[in-house]
Design a protein around this ligand. Structure first.
Ligand code: ADP
Ligand code: ASP
Ligand code: MG
Length: 405
């Protein structure tokens, strides 16, 4: 018998009518004699609301209690959906992560799932139950409630699909699949029929939040095939996320992603000597701050250089303080910072075999008078940092230049 995992995101379960709609979708699948485990997100807006509440209590809200608080949203949806199924005469029960258990390791707020006891769930699936599991939450080895990072229900679904050895993992969301760019800002965005794990991982890490990046990484490592579909048009074919060998590339660029999560720092007039880069980045490493893009200019006179880098915008204040504190260790003239930046990326495995992609990208942006501040590349992506106000224009321009419209 086929086993499937179906995950429903926040907008899909945003209110009672939508939860009843989800129950109808599950009921239809149940008629196909399928074993079904469901992962649910919190109702749209609930997790953000809980974050706000924690801030109102304390700016120092403990991370252990934060996880207890935030995981509650998913519990509410799990019970409502299970009861909606029961109301239709379908056998169903919710199972909290501590009841299964779904064990995690790592820091609170950002834990990783390391094991799921599939036996507990399989026993119920064998008895024809639909099992509803709250996404995003787990339990640590010392029995504390944990959460696995924002958007983490996608990763819960993939982990569950792996542990149940499911035939499919279906991610139901508010768009019909993965698009060539975010359809919310570009009306010419096209649904992608099939995309490789590598490309999806780049797209997700570079801002396409339709899939959370950890979930894609997990799927890639464990060969879990993902199907992204719309909760509001479940009969339509969505996007399949598959291994590379199941895909043929007819385009150089598969998608355009953007994010507004970065902040830029430039150290001007840094005295050029061996060890200077390491001196700049050591305090960031010591404080768990990830650095993304880096450029160091060649110093024409071998005397002074400029170093530019980006961090997550949420680390802006901490980074500014740490770098300002380096004045007595390294010699630099000024620290310039900018939070109004956006990172625009083109992603595509087709790039590997096609020269001139970078030129085409830079030329297209130049034609719209968009200045490129920082560039970074990998085998299958090129990212540029630009002024945030040009985000939409840059995305639309690149989408059209690379024949994605
Ligand atoms: P869910 O609550 O179901 O997890 P999310 O809000 O996390 O849904 O992700 C879906 C959203 O991702 C879409 O509404 C869309 O605006 C956004 N998105 C960004 N980039 C893309 C893309 N390339 N393709 C599809 N959706 C995208
Ligand atoms: N509810 C959590 C969040 O909003 C997890 C999720 O929806 O995937 O981040
Ligand atoms: Mg999501």
């Amino acid at each position: 018998m086929t086993t499937i995992v179906m995950k429903f995101g926040g907008t899909s379960v945003a209110n009672i009518d939508r939860i009843k709609n989800v129950a109808n979708i599950i009921e239809k699948r149940k008629l196909e004699k399928t074993r079904i485990a469901v992962v649910v997100s919190a109702m749209a807006g609930v997790t953000n609301d809980l974050v706000e509440k924690s801030k109102q209590i304390s700016s120092n809200f403990s991370k252990e209690e934060y996880d207890v608080l935030l995981s509650s949203g998913e519990q509410v949806t799990a019970s409502l959906l299970s009861a909606a199924l029961q109301d239709k005469g379908i056998k169903s029960r919710s199972m909290m992560s501590w009841q299964i258990p779904i064990v995690t390791e790592g820091q609170h707020k950002n834990s990783r799932i390391i094991s799921i006891n599939s036996k507990a769930i399989n026993d119920y699936l064998d008895k024809d139950f639909v099992i509803i599991v709250p996404g995003f939450q787990g339990i640590s080895q010392d029995m504390r409630t944990t959460t696995i990072g924002r958007g983490g229900s996608d990763a819960s679904a993939v982990a569950l699909a792996k542990s149940l050895d499911a035939d499919r993992c279906e991610i139901y969301t508010d768009v019909e699949g993965v698009y060539s760019t975010n359809p919310a800002i570009c009306d010419k965005a096209k649904k992608i029929e099939k995309i490789s794990y590598d490309e999806m991982l780049e797209m997700a890490s570079l801002g396409a939040k339709v899939m959370q990046s950890t979930s894609v990484q997990k799927a890639m490592i464990n060969d879990v095939e993902i199907y992204v579909k719309s909760t509001f048009a479940p009969e339509k074919e969505g996007t399949a996320i598959l291994p590379e060998d199941k895909i043929s590339y007819d385009k150089v660029v598969t998608g355009v992603a953007y994010s507004k999560d970065d902040a830029k720092f430039t150290l001007q007039g840094v005295k050029d000597r061996p060890g200077v880069a390491s001196a700049i980045f050591k305090p960031l490493y010591d404080n768990g701050i990830s650095v993304d893009m880096i450029v160091q200019n060649i110093s024409a006179d071998n005397q002074k250089t400029d170093v530019t880098f980006t961090t997550k915008r949420e680390d802006y204040d901490k980074t500014k303080k740490l770098i300002s504190g380096l004045k007595d260790k390294i010699d630099f003239e000024a620290l310039l910072t900018d939070k109004d930046v956006a990172k625009i990326s083109i992603v595509g495995a087709g790039m590997i075999t096609h020269p001139g992609v970078a030129f085409k990208m830079f030329n297209a942006l130049a034609s719209k008078d968009i200045n490129i501040q920082v560039i970074s590349t990998s085998e299958i992506k090129i990212s540029v940092l630009i002024d945030e106000k040009n985000t939409e224009q840059a995305v639309k321009t690149l989408h059209s230049v690379f024949d994605l419209d």
